[in-house]
Design a binder for this molecule. Structure first.
Ligand SMILES: NC(=O)c1ccc[n+]([C@@H]2O[C@H](COP(=O)([O-])OP(=O)(O)OC[C@H]3O[C@@H](n4cnc5c(N)ncnc54)[C@H](O)[C@@H]3O)[C@@H](O)[C@H]2O)c1
Ligand SMILES: [Zn+2]
Length: 364
């Protein structure tokens, strides 16, 4: 019997279970049937995941007596668009799915975000099962109920909250991830460690290959679950701690231009900059910065900003970022590893200094 762990997301009336295990894709059918999610479903996936993992999921649902319809979308962030949202919704109607059906989002965060929104909108809302197949999706996007598409004015600006009916994370699916996609997921894991669980950095450093991931993924799901339980709709500020490294990281990602840096790579850079700000503003010991940087380097994540990107482009992007409240910059900074706080007294000069530090060799 392969190892499996379960994490419960305890929300009033909307609580659900996240199953994390090796080789558990075929559990999706029995689990959906046991929960009586409906007699038919639409599996949303992308072309890459279709080739690798779709068959097992279809077979599992059909063996459980559930009729399946499959919608295959192109891979990539471009799929989180109004055009693909409309296309998917109309395909579901034409396939005969109705309000007794449910959605299975099989893929990375792109499919999870779009599939969740399709489920939230179809017949004013049907259940959604998340079957995440990337590190990012397993430790972050599949848990918490945020769904979204992008518009030209910005990413994730149109969406809804829809907590999934259950989440099934099969760590075996991560074996097929390309190296950069694998590594970028660890930027979010290292972020979780920095804000909530510093000892996890040792676990991450000790990882030798892609086996025995169940405990590590479950530990991250639990971190995300606790944050979501405390602040489901991001109103109290606790959920905002997950944005550590993202204020500057997201600006770098956008300023670098579509397809240059992966999200996790930009967050890695953002974390170095925000660790520096944490030292300056909150007294984070320099040794803590070094500790985090060493884990990032272990996954070949970038920690030095390339020469091509100038400060003004990054600052202009930051000024447009939705993380700004009333014109004030809002940062998640650490007074110690595991001790985040929201900080509003970061000046433009501080950010410029952080970017200057980011251009220096890191020496770790
Ligand atoms: N809702 C949230 O709370 C939340 C949190 C974090 C990120 N996100 C969103 O998630 C998206 C990023 O997710 P992502 O990093 O998973 O990217 P992704 O979904 O684009 O997947 C990355 C690439 O890996 C491929 N892939 C997926 N699973 C694979 C597998 N098992 N083997 C081989 N290839 C596979 C995909 O086809 C794609 O090309 C962004 O749109 C981001 O906004 C949402
Ligand atoms: Zn992120």
């Amino acid at each position: 019997m392969a190892e499996e762990q379960r994490v419960t997301v305890g929300l009033p009336d909307r609580g659900y279970e996240v199953r994390i295990g090796e080789d558990i894709l075929r559990e999706v059918g029995p689990e959906a049937a046991a929960r009586r999610l409906g007699p038919h479903c639409a599996i949303l996936t992308d072309e890459n995941v279709e080739t690798l993992h779709l068959d097992v999921v279809v077979e599992s649902l059909q063996s459980a007596g559930i009729v399946t319809h499959v919608v295959v979308l192109p891979p990539g962030e471009g799929t989180k668009s109004f055009a693909h949202l409309e296309g998917a919704l109309r395909t579901l109607v034409r396939s005969g799915l109705d309000r007794h059906g449910f959605v299975v989002a099989l893929g990375g965060g792109v499919i999870g975000d779009l599939g969740g929104l399709v489920a939230a909108l179809f017949y004013r809302g049907i259940p959604c099962v998340q079957v995440p197949t990337t590190v990012v999706a397993q430790v972050d996007s599949s848990v918490g109920g945020k769904t979204a598409i992008d518009i030209p004015e910005g990413k994730n600006l149109v969406g809804a909250f829809l907590q999934p009916a259950f989440v099934l994370a099969d760590t075996r699916t991560l074996q097929t991830l390309p190296p950069r996609a694998w590594a970028e997921g660890f930027a979010e894991i290292i972020k979780h460690a920095a804000i909530r669980d510093p000892e996890m950095l040792d676990t991450v450093d000790a990882l030798e290959d892609r086996n025995d991931l169940v405990a590590l993924i479950a530990r991250n799901v639990a971190i995300k679950a606790r944050v979501v339980e405390e602040d489901e709709l991001e109103t109290s500020g606790v959920r905002a701690y997950l944005n550590f490294g993202h204020t500057i990281g997201h600006a770098i990602e956008t300023a670098a231009g579509e397809g240059t840096l992966l999200h996790g790579e930009a967050v890695s850079l953002g974390m170095r900059a925000e660790l520096f700000l944490s030292e300056r503003k909150c007294g984070l010991p320099a040794a803590s910065t070094t500790r985090v940087l060493s884990s990032l380097r272990r996954f070949d994540l970038p920690v030095v900003l390339e020469a091509g990107l100038d400060d003004e482009a990054i600052l202009a992007t930051m000024a447009r970022d939705k993380k700004f409240e009333g014109g004030q910059m809002r940062f998640v900074l650490l007074s110690a590893l595991g001790a985040p706080q929201i900080h509003r007294e970061v000046s433009l000069a501080d950010v410029r200094d952080a970017l200057a530090v980011l251009r220096e060799p890191c020496g770790v």
